[in-house]
Design a protein around this ligand. Structure first.
Ligand code: SAM
Length: 212
């Protein structure tokens, strides 16, 4: 994809370590401002999402995180010391290369460039234990490989992975998106005993009986 003149300084800025430090502080500010405004919905701050992943990882003793949609690597940055292994897939070449540079000193972080609809089915068969999936590879109505992602996860022999799907507000059955009701039916069929909840704009599919 061609890079416009305006994007070059933006990308240069986003490549710096200072930008990551700024974002870590900005997440807290964004969260505080959101609370001051009375927690407006449906969009929630990234800090709420970070805390949701941490809560499920702790409650379900999950040591492997699989993320689709690396973006600037903010979720990996926050979670990197919590998980034994992290897998993340990013479609955009520049973002994927940036993440490779950013986490070069972390051999437990495995980064892939490509469409998660085709890359995830290659990663999932390698997984040997219950994992936390953070399915976040979508941009409005432009791209949503959620059907392919779920298909390969549900085909895996481990039947109680924890699935967190971001941006619940887009899941209305239009375009590439399944509706919440379709997701509920799939989960009930594929993961018997699981529940599907929607909270803080995150769809959560998990089996309460697997909590440790
Ligand atoms: C909302 S951002 C992800 C944010 C990140 N997960 C976090 O929590 O910090 C969505 C990312 O998904 C990527 N993306 C969109 N479609 C994709 C696809 N089909 N495969 C992989 N990545 C995709 C976009 O380029 C974008 O970087």
């Amino acid at each position: 994809m061609a890079t416009s003149n305006r994007e070059i300084p933006k990308k240069a800025l986003r490549s710096t370590r200072l930008f990551d430090i700024y974002k870590r502080t900005a997440f807290v500010g964004e969260y505080a401002w959101w609370r001051v405004r009375g927690k407006p919905r449906p969009k929630v701050p990234h800090l709420v999402k970070q805390r949701t992943l941490t809560e499920f990882a702790q409650n379900y003793k999950l040591e492997v995180l699989v993320e689709t949609g690396t973006n600037l690597g903010h979720m990996i940055g926050v979670q990197k010391d919590r998980f034994r292994e992290i897998y993340s897939i990013e479609l955009d070449e520049w973002l994927a290369a940036r993440a490779v540079r950013k986490f070069a000193d972390r051999p437990h972080i495995h980064l892939f460039q490509g469409d998660s609809g085709t890359v995830l089915p290659k990663i999932v068969p390698m997984l040997k234990e219950r994992c936390l999936f953070w399915l976040d590879a979508h941009w409005g109505d432009e791209s949503a490989p959620i059907k392919q992602e779920l298909e390969c996860i549900y085909r895996h022999p481990i039947r109680d992975h924890v699935l967190l799907i971001d941006d619940a507000r887009w899941f209305d059955g239009r375009g590439d998106y399944l509706s919440i009701e379709e997701l509920r039916q799939h989960a009930a069929r594929e993961y018997p005993g699981s529940v599907l909840e929607v909270k803080d704009d995150i769809i959560r599919i998990y089996n309460p009986a697997s909590r440790r």
